[in-house]
Design a protein around this ligand. Structure first.
Ligand SMILES: *[C@@H]1O[C@H](CO)[C@@H](O)[C@H](O)[C@H]1NC(C)=O
Ligand SMILES: *[C@@H]1O[C@H](CO)[C@@H](O)[C@H](O)[C@H]1NC(C)=O
Ligand SMILES: *[C@@H]1O[C@H](CO)[C@@H](O)[C@H](O)[C@H]1NC(C)=O
Ligand SMILES: *[C@@H]1O[C@H](CO)[C@@H](O)[C@H](O)[C@H]1NC(C)=O
Ligand SMILES: *[C@@H]1O[C@H](CO)[C@@H](O)[C@H](O)[C@H]1NC(C)=O
Ligand SMILES: *[C@@H]1O[C@H](CO)[C@@H](O)[C@H](O)[C@H]1NC(C)=O
Ligand SMILES: *[C@@H]1O[C@H](CO)[C@@H](O)[C@H](O)[C@H]1NC(C)=O
Ligand SMILES: *[C@@H]1O[C@H](CO)[C@@H](O)[C@H](O)[C@H]1NC(C)=O
Length: 536
């Protein structure tokens, strides 16, 4: 997801991770070096820490080190196809965790000739780490277990927005005070430079890369800075570069409501046996949902499970709905069941399926005044629906993005290899209009469309898309201009409706192992992109 957007820029880190990192590997046991030196780690992976300059303009003034994990290629040296770098979004999402979770699946999609490489962007769990809280005691005090009370929906109460603003002041100030010497070097530009260093450390001189969501900003920033270093670059769930860097993301949420409407339509089409939230018309489903939202606001529901408990209120409901429309093939059916149960006063289905420790409320800016934010929020309400405006808070509106580095035009007409972009017809976070605008900045690039409601192609497993990805990386071939793929799975599992496979993408050969790999990518993506390592 793109939710961390400007918060990194202004030094607020995402306090989402109350769960421990996946890591059972102690990175401190390996020494950082200027060349890649591999140590076995996790199961079947290799890890290394690469030294890069903290400040590329002044390399002697300090070092940073980047945590790198690879799922190694399974080829002799003569058939080796080089490293493919992954970025799962965030920003700040851990490429290491992503590759540890699904390196083998990515190798299934791209081929075993590549090293599948995850790296943790500087400022996340690479060194330097942005550090705000001095220790676990501070963290426990500052981040109570009931995260949804701390980071409510902005519309949960009159004071929610002002409260968020005040918390963000503290977080931003701590980040700056406690990380004085390097905050200014935690930038997207520098992460792009780091990617070139990593590529070169593999003995390769052009980048091979698959970037998802915020990873599209990183990929297109790289291609703008180093057009002659583009080997293969795929950007998937593409943000409009100009919206991103101007800090106004209102235009980026144009498809959020369409995605919700799609859930309603799909539920109706699936019928009462497949969709538990079925009603006699789409208008009835829509009305039921609105009524439920309104009622939960005044009357939250207690949930007690054997392992935890919470008060299930408006914020959690909103988050569950938003989650479901970003990964519908996993979550439409559980959402429908959960909404039906909640209508009867039972929130345990939704809680069990959707509870996650984050929402967009924690990425509030530190530099706008509270009245500026309130003005933005009310202005946005005139153009966006309630659900979209809630999503909009993820984008840290109206803030200058200091992560950018020097201003420069974005795009390049002379990349050494054309980019492949992937956009979904209805993406609630990164609409296809953003992909089109970014594609226009890179003449010669090709846009592959996935006819699905979901955030990024990873949110809607499609063997058609995965087949084209493999061909692009292995052979440098593109789908024909205008190709549209479809996802493979039904939205509601017991749904008997025959789902079309793809419209024009049938020439692609799609081995049977692609679909399980795609589903694994989808599950892991949601987990990794919604988690940040908290620095203590
Ligand atoms: C950066 O790392 C290199 C290689 O270990 C070392 O020679 C150099 O002194 C380091 N620079 C700083 C400023 O620490
Ligand atoms: C590829 O993987 C197989 C099975 O793990 C292994 O036996 C073989 O040595 C590997 N080949 C290369 C070239 O790495
Ligand atoms: C690509 O074009 C830009 C300006 O359009 C130019 O500055 C740059 O030198 C070109 N790079 C190559 C490798 O041709
Ligand atoms: C952001 O963009 C929207 C849509 O173009 C516009 O209505 C709004 O005024 C902009 N907000 C700011 C703060 O510039
Ligand atoms: C709530 O619904 C779940 C799933 O349908 C069920 O297992 C559970 O017993 C229900 N809880 C209550 C308190 O009714
Ligand atoms: C915050 O705003 C002040 C005054 O407008 C400006 O001087 C400062 O550079 C801004 N800080 C950031 C991080 O944008
Ligand atoms: C906030 O809640 C009010 C009352 O429930 C509703 O009318 C309004 O549309 C909501 N706005 C947003 C942005 O969610
Ligand atoms: C590989 O690329 C070449 C030239 O771009 C093309 O002719 C060939 O059909 C491609 N092979 C496959 C298997 O896609």
């Amino acid at each position: 997801m793109v939710s961390l957007a400007k918060s990194i820029a202004v030094g607020v880190i995402w306090f989402s991770s109350i769960v421990a990192a996946d890591s059972d590997f102690d990175w401190r046991t390996i020494a950082a070096s200027e060349t890649l030196s591999w140590t076995a780690c996790y199961e079947g992976f290799e890890c290394s820490r690469l030294i890069v300059p903290l400040d590329y303009a002044s390399p002697s003034s300090g070092n940073a080190s980047i945590a790198i994990t690879r799922y190694p290629a399974n080829r002799s040296a003569s058939d080796y196809l080089g490293p493919v770098l992954l970025n799962p979004g965030g920003p700040g999402g851990s490429g290491v965790d992503y590759v540890v979770a699904v390196g083998a699946d990515i190798a299934t999609v791209l081929g075993d000739g590549f090293d599948i490489v995850g790296f943790d962007p500087r400022g996340s769990s690479s060194h330097p780490l942005i550090q705000q809280l001095a220790n676990y005691v501070e963290r426990e005090l500052w981040i109570p277990a009931a995260l949804n009370e701390v980071y409510p929906s902005l519309n949960e109460s009159e004071s929610a927005l002002a409260q968020q603003w005040a918390r963000a002041q503290i977080q931003g100030q701590l980040a700056v005070e406690r990380n004085q010497n390097y905050m200014q070097h935690i930038t997207t530009d520098n992460t792009a430079r780091d990617m070139l260093r990593i590529t070169e450390a593999f003995g390769w001189n052009k980048l091979q890369y698959w970037g998802i969501s915020y990873g599209s900003v990183l990929g297109s920033t790289f291609a703008s800075m180093f057009p002659d270093k583009v080997g293969r670059v795929v950007i998937d769930g593409v943000l409009d570069m100009n919206s991103w860097y101007s800090g106004n993301m209102t235009n980026e949420l144009v498809d959020t409501d369409k995605a919700l409407q799609f859930f309603i339509d799909a539920c109706f089409a699936a019928g009462p046996h497949s969709c538990a939230y079925y009603a006699r018309s789409t208008a009835d489903i829509s009305k039921n949902l609105n009524d439920l939202m309104a009622s939960i606001k005044t009357q939250p529901v207690p949930v007690i499970t054997p392992t935890s408990y919470t008060v299930f209120g408006y914020t959690l409901l909103r988050n569950a709905v938003f989650d479901a429309i970003t990964t519908p093939f996993q979550f439409f059916a559980p959402l429908a069941q959960g909404l039906a149960d909640l209508t009867k006063g039972n929130a345990s289905t939704l809680y069990a399926n959707f509870f996650r420790a984050i929402n967009c409320g924690d990425s509030m800016p530190v530099n706008d005044s509270v009245s500026q934010l309130q003005a933005y929020y009310s202005a946005a309400q005139e153009v966006l629906s309630p659900l979209a405006i809630e999503a909009d808070c993820m984008y840290m509106q109206g803030l200058e993005d200091t992560s950018r580095g020097p201003l420069r035009p974005f795009g390049a007409s002379n990349t050494s290899f054309p980019l492949l972009l992937i956009g979904n017809t209805i993406d609630p976070v990164t609409p296809i209009s953003g992909a089109m605008r970014t594609a226009a900045l890179f003449p010669g690039s090709v846009l592959l469309t996935l006819d699905a409601v979901a955030h990024t192609s990873v949110g809607a497993p499609s063997t058609c898309v995965l087949g084209y990805l493999g061909q692009y990386f292995r052979n440098g071939t593109f789908p024909a201009e205008g190709t549209v793929c479809s996802p493979d799975d039904p939205l509601f599992p017991s749904d008997n409706v025959e789902h079309s496979t793809d419209v024009q993408g049938r020439d692609i050969d799609t081995p049977s192992e692609l679909l399980p790999a795609g589903r694994a990518l989808s599950r892991a993506y949601r987990r990794v992109s919604s988690k940040m390592h908290i620095a203590v």
